[in-house]
Design a protein around this ligand. Structure first.
Ligand code: SAM
Ligand code: SF4
Length: 318
């Protein structure tokens, strides 16, 4: 699918649930978010059908996300059925990793290629604090299991939060020395719970290059990746910097998103959404609807002028 700016839209991110087993301070309120009514959440068969239609239109990369995708009942069946779709070349998941130890092998066997794991600290106490109760040991065991079964290359997503984890930048970077792991530092965005956070929490990820002077920029293998990549001399893994606010990657953006309640979003940072759930349930021609929506993907976001989305990240999946 080519949009009106000539971009080849081949990457679909699907949020399969708005629910989560953690309460990361910047993402989820302590009591959880207001649940989307059950009948408005896409059923697994509907997600599969939509995935099939998207792939038939040219999508060849799918990422499953959430909320926390591993808490959705029937996840392995879903992975197996999507993994079987002919034409799909890259099939990944973003997870907090808590249930990864339990699921990694079955996910791999079901056809998932790789995982991105969100981990904002390496410190047990801080992890419990940021996630309001999560046990980092489970995540670390999950990462080991993912490596063991070959859900690789593994990418760790680290949201940088001023006053909270900038003292751990070096420790994260060092993880790339001996292992083929990519560590990606993501700038905190003022959406979800972080909407009302004080300015000192929002730090530029340039700080990574200031703190680790040995990092050298390398040429990106994939121009549509939002990350700029760097390496330590002779390291096996890479360090990525993702700065959605200060550095735009809209010109090369190849992605679209499907929310847990069946809305298609052609830009993460826009409130514009088109409902696919009702047309799907009414048997309408979704290929036509999707093609039109994609053609109208906006040229770029407007974050630098303070236009932030209203939806919580958990229904979009990041
Ligand atoms: N629960 C899964 C996880 O945490 O990996 C998948 C969903 S989570 C919404 C996807 C990603 O969005 C996570 O890496 C999380 O850190 C990131 N995220 C959530 N809120 C954010 C914010 N305000 N700014 C930057 N990243 C955010
Ligand atoms: Fe859950 Fe992921 Fe949000 Fe954390 S970032 S609360 S793990 S959805």
């Amino acid at each position: 699918m080519i949009d009106s700016y000539g971009r080849n839209i081949n990457y679909l991110r699907i949020s399969i649930t708005d629910l989560c087993n953690l309460r990361c301070r910047y993402c989820m309120p302590e009591k959880g978010i207001e649940k989307i009514p059950h009948n408005e959440i896409l059923r697994l068969e509907e997600i599969e059908e939509l995935a099939r239609i998207f792939v038939s239109l040219g999508v060849n990369k799918i990422r499953i996300t959430g909320g926390e995708p591993l808490i959705r009942k029937g996840i392995l069946n879903l992975i197996e059925n999507i993994g079987r779709i002919e034409g799909l070349k890259d099939f990944a998941m973003t997870t907090n990793g808590i249930f990864l130890k339990k699921y990694a092998r079955n996910l791999k066997n079901a056809g998932l290629n790789r995982v991105n794991i969100s981990l904002d600290t390496l410190n047990e106490k801080k992890y419990r604090d940021i996630t309001k109760g999560g046990d980092i040991k489970e995540v670390l065991e999950g990462i080991e299991e993912a490596k063991k079964v070959g859900l690789t290359p593994i990418k760790l997503n680290v949201v940088l939060i001023g006053g909270l984890n900038e003292d751990e930048i070096k420790d994260f970077v060092n993880l790339t020395k001996n292992e083929n792991i990519d560590v990606r530092f993501i700038e905190l965005m003022p959406i979800g719970q972080a909407k009302d956070w004080s300015l000192d929490k929002f730090i530029s990820n340039k700080i990574v290059l200031e703190k680790v002077k040995e990092l050298k920029e390398i040429i990106k293998e994939d121009i549509s990746s939002p990350a700029r990549y760097y390496k330590l001399p002779n390291s096996k893994g890479k360090v990525g910097l993702i700065n959605p606010i200060s550095c735009k990657f809209c010109d090369n953006c190849n992605r679209i998103r499907l929310t847990a309640d069946g809305k298609i979003k052609t830009c993460l940072h826009s409130n514009a959404e088109i409902d696919l759930r009702i047309p799907l349930r009414m048997g309408e021609d979704l290929r036509k609807i999707i093609t039109e929506v994609v053609i109208n993907k906006p040229k770029e976001h407007n974050l630098e002028n303070g236009e932030y989305i209203e939806r919580n990240m958990t229904t979009i999946g990041g």
